[in-house]
Design a binder for this molecule. Structure first.
Ligand SMILES: Cc1ncc(COP(=O)(O)O)c(C=O)c1O
Length: 369
């Protein structure tokens, strides 16, 4: 994990460099909402949650099933969700690996492929859950720097595959950068590399992209390739607190992963996921609003010289230099909570796209810096 991305270097290579110096009028009327906002009341722009909540149909399912909270999740409900997912994806229920969030699927995979010192190839700036978990099992992590546009460098990742490699992790769109690789290069990569090792494609944010579901790598699973895909109910479905996610893989791999499952499911979460999955209107609304507000926020950031790579997710990876050091404290009086990059990423912050109102408030706060 050695890639050092300085603001200067990145500006030089970024397609945004031209617009990065553009001036904006500064809104001096912006006032902090309150100086004493408690962190409990802060609007969270930290964790890529859905600011529009979750499907009202899922809410009803939770209300209806709350009295069953004394019981473990019913097996037939778990099977119903597996079947719904399998039917929509064109696979069999045996190919679906449910988890308490896709995080559990990442951990199951980290354990299954990391133990006995397997080597995992991963971008060196990505969602760390799988490789951190694998490290607990003595996996060796081979971190590959992103390219000069902060995209996954598939070429270099492919070159590093050897007979020691147990798994390659591809996060598309990538977290925290939001950068997205189109379907063809990712599919070519998965087809080639899966002949030599297993490829894990984390599609937690893929539903936000225009091409979904055509851009999913699930087709390769139907062709029996060594590919695992993961998705989640936490992001577009807005159910982060209810902990439901899933993996998709051919039977042999799915069976291997299921052995590492840690616990049984949250019954309210499973019931809510079943109703959420059917509510495609909620999904369309979330995508539409997210993408519109993301474009507005991105434009505003360009005006105040805060470059960021193009994001296809519900967050932006923003380079604000010294201005955004300790951003958490700086925007707290505006009733907002954001997450700073740390260490070598101190000049960066990954900011979740909230509602239009949240982002306008944040822009006001950023203009004051
Ligand atoms: C890329 C990516 N994958 C997986 C997850 C895990 O999410 P969950 O366990 O809620 O499904 C996250 C959460 O932020 C993520 O960003």
């Amino acid at each position: 994990m050695t890639n050092k991305i300085s603001r200067r270097n990145w500006l030089k290579t970024s397609a945004l460099a031209g617009s990065a110096m553009a001036f904006s009028s500064i809104d001096l009327s912006a006032k902090p909402i309150t100086k004493t906002a408690s962190s409990k009341k802060l609007v969270r722009l930290t964790s890529n949650e859905n600011p529009y909540g979750f499907s009202p149909k899922a809410k009803q399912a939770i209300i209806d099933s709350v009295e069953l909270g004394n019981q473990y999740a019913h097996r037939e409900k778990v099977m119903e969700l597996e079947k719904m997912i399998a039917d929509r994806e064109g696979v069999k229920p045996e190919n679906v690996i449910l988890g308490s969030g896709s995080g559990e699927v990442l951990c199951m995979t980290g354990a299954a492929y990391g133990w006995q010192q397997g080597e995992m190839i991963t971008p060196d700036l990505t969602f760390p859950m799988i490789y951190r978990y694998a490290e607990n099992f003595n996996a060796k992590i081979n971190g590959v720097p992103l390219d000069n546009k902060l995209r996954l460098d598939l070429n270099e990742m492919g070159k590093r595959v050897s007979n020691k490699t147990s798994l390659v992790y591809v996060c598309n769109p990538n977290n925290p950068t939001g950068t997205y690789l189109p379907t063809k290069p990712v599919r070519d990569f998965c087809e080639t590399i899966s002949k030599r090792t297993t490829v894990f494609v984390d599609e937690a944010y893929l539903e936000f992209t225009d091409d979904f579901p055509r851009n999913s790598m699930v087709e390769l699973i139907k062709q029996d390739k060594n590919v695992i895909v993961s998705r989640t109910f936490s992001k577009i479905y807005g159910m982060a607190g209810m902990r439901v996610g899933y993996g998709l893989a051919k039977k042999e791999i799915a069976d291997k992963l299921k052995k590492f499952r840690m616990t049984w499911f949250n019954s309210l979460g499973i019931n809510a996921a079943i109703e959420s999955y059917k509510d495609t209107d909620f999904i369309k609304m979330s995508v539409k609003k997210n993408n519109k507000v993301r474009a507005m926020f991105s434009n505003e950031l360009k005006k105040i010289n805060m470059p960021h790579p193009k994001s296809e997710g519900n967050y932006l990876w923003v380079n604000g230099g010294k201005r955004i050091h300790n951003l958490f404290e700086k925007v707290k009086p505006y009733g907002l909570s954001v997450r700073n990059g740390r260490g070598k990423y101190e000049d960066w912050a990954r900011i979740t796209i909230g509602t239009e109102g949240h982002m306008k408030t944040l822009v006001k706060a950023l203009k004051k810096l």
